[in-house]
Design a protein around this ligand. Structure first.
Ligand code: BGC
Length: 737
């Protein structure tokens, strides 16, 4: 009797459990994600839900172990997969198998003006992230280049919202094919590093919608990004990591974003705002080692115990919590628990080559008087390389994008490898920068360095007299106050006495090529004296090989500037009219929509040093006259423009043909012209192709802040086609009815 009753009880409990397991929809990767999300959500306790909304270590957040839902693991950054750090430290964990391929900085990618390169980048870095078992890549960054002083411009895609939008979409799509979420950052208005933790940006709605938001919008609506990172700064006096306007109204409201909003590390400041103003996951808030008081420091996060207490006391309901957890579960099912998730690959030759291809396409030939470039090593016996950037490792430093690269070919190594025994290559530093402590090592200190600038310069200049050609490789670097997170530059000029050095070098040897390694525009007081200038950006693992292939002509340069190089800082709208860095509380974007070339175009008295979209080739291109397929378009029609482009030189090359639209009469002030199309065409010597661009009324619209909507006003417009924003070849007028 007794035995029977036990059996009966057992079968009673076993049945529902079995039935329950049968229905574990959330584990079934073939089921629609929304069904999985709802199924998992209803199985979770309040504590499990709250746990998911905040970090458990520097870069991870918990899953639900009881249900077999894995943790989320994030990684920096936009240019390569960051080295493993310790659980609760920024320092490296000293793994020996985490050396990545460093890809070119995003400015270099943007300078390719080639969406195929953005796709290749996304595919390669996505595979690296996947192999390292990360399900969120903290990148790409698409903050608009507002001032050349911003220390983080190198991590972004330039000054133009159209260019950044077109480049970010393929990057995201390809990353996510690996079951890795792209976390687009830093949303939004994070255009300076000084005071970044609190500065309140005052910007009008037109500039917000026309300049600063489009690349994020494209990332969400076209790239279908699964995550976005809130920025440190404030907008309308609310921190952007919990900001009603940016997150709830625009991102989740207007754009219908269904992914996860992740805070920037330490960007959360208040529990209630974090609950109600659109944040989903909190990362990087203060921790003082693993414990804080009696408990795990992570329990003190704004969205940890303080949130749980509010929920338990009934002061807040679980409405917002369920929304956050739905988004996080969606992230998990899209990545870690996705069907047929590939395995990825890491540190491969294929990825290094991808990086090299992107770097080569991004290098910009700014000036080439007398065709000094490309250099023929067979006819150039004595090559002198000058400049610290010829040997300095640029994958290290710069803040969170710093990498432990598998290898890095310096410009000097690249030049030496390319030249081989054909010529004699000599190196002189010419200048030096102060040493910096190794970012990844705890307690590392910078070595004291005494720099004798006069001697370094004199030695280099003397050597230059004996050389057939001088490659000066300088620019900025990843030190604090240069191209580096956490601070802005203090001036447009080159640091460490480089201007004087360049002037003396070119006087000593007129065959001097200046190669700039930067992520930002710099002043060039010597521009008239130096025949050839190359912008090579921070180009990663294969930097030196990519550069050498351009200097010696194996690759015909085809990069174009993704931002304006002004002559002086005052020639930039943010400095002429706007503010930078503001009064430490607020910064006013008085220049409105007139950012970059939109500002330069308005200036009667000054011209940029090098315009947005500029970049030369070793061949020449002839443009035909642009034509339109109609003279009048209606609001529901598209219009197509055609132009022939011919390679009139003697070698194959690529040209970036650019389409700008000009609104001839408008009720609101508009930029002289705006980029609305571009196409990179490859042409053999003598070859001619027809390039076409189709646009709709979207390309004619501006954001009417009074109506809070995009408006295309009927009237006259002009399509301008050119090789840069300052080199328009022809135009055609048309009307919108
Ligand atoms: C940066 C982010 C980065 C994060 C994690 C922050 O300081 O602003 O871009 O992803 O740190 O390293």
């Amino acid at each position: 009797m007794k035995l029977k009753s036990i059996l009966v009880t057992a079968s009673f409990t076993a049945l529902p459990l079995f039935a329950q397991q049968q229905k574990q929809v959330y584990l079934d990767a073939s089921k629609p994600i929304e069904e999985r999300v709802e199924d998992a959500l209803k199985r979770m306790t309040l504590e499990e839900k709250v746990a998911m909304t905040h970090a458990q270590s520097k870069f991870s957040s918990p899953g639900v172990p009881r249900l077999g839902i894995p943790e989320n693991w994030m990684t920096d950054g936009p240019h390569g997969i960051r080295a493993e750090v310790l659980w609760d430290e920024w320092y490296g964990a000293s793994w020996t198998n985490d050396s990545c391929i460093a890809f070119p900085a995003l400015t270099a990618l943007a300078a390719t003006w080639n969406t195929d390169m953005a796709a290749l980048y996304g595919k390669s870095i996505g595979e690296e992230a996947r192999y390292r078992n990360k399900n969120v890549l903290l990148g790409p960054g698409v903050n608009i280049y507002r001032t050349p002083l911003n220390g983080r411009n190198f991590e972004y895609m330039g000054e133009d919202p159209f260019l950044a939008s077109k480049m970010v979409v393929p990057y995201i799509r390809e990353v996510q094919k690996n079951g890795v979420a792209a976390c687009v950052k830093h949303y939004a208005l994070n255009n300076q590093e000084i005071y970044r933790g609190h500065i309140n940006v005052e910007v009008d709605d037109r500039a917000l919608y026309e300049i600063y938001l489009p690349a994020f919008k494209a990332a969400v609506e076209e790239g279908h990004a699964w995550a976005i990172m809130g920025s440190y700064n404030q907008y309308k006096n609310e921190h952007c990591c919990h900001n009603q306007y940016l997150l709830n109204d625009i991102l989740k409201g207007e754009w219908g974003f269904d992914g996860v909003v992740i805070s920037d590390w330490g960007g959360v400041h208040d529990t209630k705002q974090a609950i109600f103003n659109g944040l989903d996951m909190e990362f990087g808030s203060w921790t003082n080692g693993m414990t804080w008081g009696k408990s795990n420091a992570y329990d003190y996060y704004y969205l940890a115990d303080p949130y749980l207490e509010l929920l338990k006391s009934g002061e807040v309901t679980d409405k917002e919590l369920n929304d956050k957890v739905r988004r996080i579960l969606r992230l998990v099912f899209r990545t870690n628990m996705a069907k047929d998730r590939p395995y990825g690959s890491f540190g491969t030759e294929e990825h290094a080559l991808a990086g090299r291809t992107i770097a080569q396409e991004g290098i910009v030939l700014l000036q080439n008087r007398g065709n000094l470039l490309p250099v023929d090593p067979a006819k150039t016996k004595r090559i002198l390389v000058v400049g610290e950037n010829a040997v300095k490792r640029m994958t290290i430093g710069g803040g969170s994008s710093s990498l432990k690269a598998k290898y890095e070919i310096s410009p000097l190594a690249g030049i030496e490898a390319r030249v081989g025994s054909a010529a004699n290559v000599m190196y002189m530093p010419g200048y030096a920068s102060p040493a910096v402590a190794e970012q990844d090592k705890k307690g590392a200190k910078a070595e004291e360095k005494v720099i004798d600038f006069d001697k370094l310069r004199a030695d280099a200049v003397n050597a230059a007299k004996e050389a057939d050609v001088v490659f000066f490789v300088g620019g900025l670097n990843k030190n604090d106050g240069q191209d580096c997170e956490g601070n802005d530059r203090s001036s447009l000029g080159l640091p460490y006495g480089q201007d004087k050095l360049i002037s003396e070098l070119v006087k000593a040897n007129p065959n001097t090529v200046v190669v700039l390694v930067t992520g930002n525009a710099v002043a060039m007081p010597w521009v008239k004296d130096v025949p050839s200038i190359v912008e090579t950006w921070y180009s990663g693992t294969e930097a030196g090989n990519a550069l050498a292939s351009v200097l010696f002509g194996d690759v015909n340069p085809s990069g174009k500037l993704p931002f304006t190089f002004p002559v002086r800082l005052e020639d930039n709208g943010a400095h002429a009219l706007g503010e930078h860095p503001g009064d430490s509380i607020n910064v006013k974007y008085n220049e409105g929509v007139f950012v970059g070339y939109r500002w330069a175009d308005k200036q009667k008295k000054s011209k940029p040093l090098f315009a947005f979209g500029h970049g030369l080739s070793y061949t020449t291109f002839a443009y035909g006259k642009v034509t339109a397929d109609k003279k009048v378009m209606t609001a529901d029609e598209s219009i197509t423009f055609s132009v022939t482009v011919k390679n009139t030189g003697s070698r194959e090359g690529q040209e970036v043909v650019q389409l700008y639209i000009s609104d001839k009469k408008s009720s609101l002030p508009r930029p002289v012209k705006e980029l609305k199309g571009f196409s990179k065409v490859k042409l053999a010597a003598g070859e001619e192709k027809v390039v076409t661009f189709s646009i709709t009324k979207d390309a004619l619209s501006f954001f009417d802040d009074a109506k809070h909507q995009w408006v295309a006003e009927p009237g006259r417009f002009e399509a301008l086609v050119g090789a840069s924003s300052a080199d328009i070849k022809s135009s055609v007028a048309f009307d919108l009815k």
